[in-house]
Design a binder for this molecule. Structure first.
Ligand code: PMP
Length: 401
């Protein structure tokens, strides 16, 4: 691993040449040249599909595809690549757990605790499965610090609690609840925990064994990898006890008019030709990350968010929704609509997001109908902060009487 060098890091992202001031990495991270090269090489040089053919190019591709699964297991310290299921991303992974784990097990009156800070991806699948089974959704409210209030968790947990849905890091506030504490409490009543790692994985890949996580989901595109690929980690015994939800090629060992027998895990959950290019691109991202001091890069991008927050706090009406020391800065200005502000910022070449961030219950709890969100990555610079502040001053001049 080499020491983190912001200029060198930045030089590896060709999209920055055309992206203006890119402050939307929480929506999707830009791709380093290593990932672009691996994806291009896959399409130009590979021949064949995975897990289907005997010829050498297909065999080599299968080996690479399975090695990528092992690389994800290493990233999360999962016991084995067999505990990693390829999915389209976090959303699909959580839906898989809701439909394949929860739906056959939940009884009317069982409870699913969902934190108020969740992204819709770790919310709607539980609302759906509750409707399908007669289970109840129980809210774990946020506290004054805008984090899921784990002090309230013991009072909510009881024998009917089957699942706790909790994000590793909020995509709005950047807040990271104490996963170890939440998981310990949930396990105390025999509930399993679904951790949404979509935002957290790039900042701090978890040790799923040390934290005793039951299910963990993440998306490749937030980790410098391609879109359309992600992974679900599940404890071996949980995955092994689950039936598939998608039927088709390669998820079976036997098919006849009398029925079918399913493959072992993880292939049971991977019907049809998978996103091989996505897996290759994601594995290139993981390989590339091995050489990055992620902790130092993280300190650097948090520093930029802190700087932006301190500078913007000098403007009247500024309000920050930032939790802890995060690289995400959600904010607004009194009497300024976030959509007006983001339109003017876009005209000034600043790429950031405004709205409800797919977290309507959290926004409701925060008492706002939308915010702006600048999310900083290690390829950002202090001049990006300056450009943001300048563009906001320009917008405030126009929008505030
Ligand atoms: N959870 C969180 C916290 C997120 O930020 C996102 C992406 N915005 C998701 C889940 C969903 O990820 P994806 O769209 O890649 O499935």
């Amino acid at each position: 691993m080499t020491a983190f060098n912001p200029a060198h890091f930045r030089s590896q992202f060709p999209a920055l040449a055309d992206a203006g001031v890119y402050l939307d990495s929480a929506a999707t991270a830009l791709k380093p040249q290593a990932v672009i090269d691996a994806s291009q090489q896959f399409y130009s040089l590979s021949a064949g599909n995975v897990h289907r053919s005997q010829f050498p190019t297909a065999q080599r591709l299968t080996a690479r595809y399975e090695a990528a699964r092992e690389a994800v297991a290493t990233l999360l310290n999962a016991p084995s690549g067999k505990d990693i299921v390829w999915t389209r991303g976090t959303t699909e992974a959580i839906n898989l757990v809701a439909q394949c784990y929860a739906r056959p097990r939940l009884q009317p009156g069982d409870e699913i605790i969902v934190s108020e800070a969740e992204h819709h991806a770790n919310f709607v699948p539980w609302l759906m499965v509750a409707e399908q089974t007669g289970a109840r959704i129980v809210k774990l409210p946020i506290g004054k610090d805008r984090l899921a209030d784990l002090n309230q968790l013991p009072d909510l947990l009881h024998a009917r609690t089957k699942i706790l849905a909790l994000g590793q890091m909020s995509n709005v506030t950047g807040g990271c609840p104490d996963l170890a504490k939440a998981i310990g409490l949930a396990h105390g009543v025999g509930a399993i925990v679904m951790v949404d790692g979509a935002q957290g994985v790039v900042h701090c890949p978890p040790d799923v064994q040390a934290l005793d996580i039951d299910f963990y989901a993440f998306s490749g595109h937030k980790l410098y990898g391609p879109t359309g690929i992600g992974a679900l980690y599940g404890k071996t015994e949980l995955l092994a006890a689950m039936s598939p939800w998608l039927g088709g090629g390669k998820m079976i060992t036997h098919v006849s008019f009398e029925g079918f027998k399913t493959q072992a895990v993880p292939y049971r959950f991977e019907a049809g030709t998978p996103n091989v290019a996505g897996v290759i691109g994601l594995s290139a991202a993981l390989e590339w990350l091995e050489d990055i001091d992620v902790a130092e890069a993280e300190t650097y991008s948090r520093g930029l968010a802190t700087l932006a927050e301190a500078e913007l706090a000098k403007r009247p009406g500024f309000r920050s929704f930032r939790c802890q020391d995060s690289s995400l800065l959600a904010f607004d200005f009194a009497d300024v609509h976030h959509n007006d502000m983001v339109t003017l910022l876009a005209e000034s070449g600043i790429a950031l997001r405004a709205g409800q961030h797919c977290a309507q219950p959290l926004l409701a709890a925060l008492g706002v109908n939308g915010t702006l969100r600048a999310s900083f990555a290690p390829y950002n610079t202090k001049s990006d902060v300056d450009a943001l502040v300048k563009a906001i001053d320009h917008a405030l001049d126009i929008l505030v009487d």
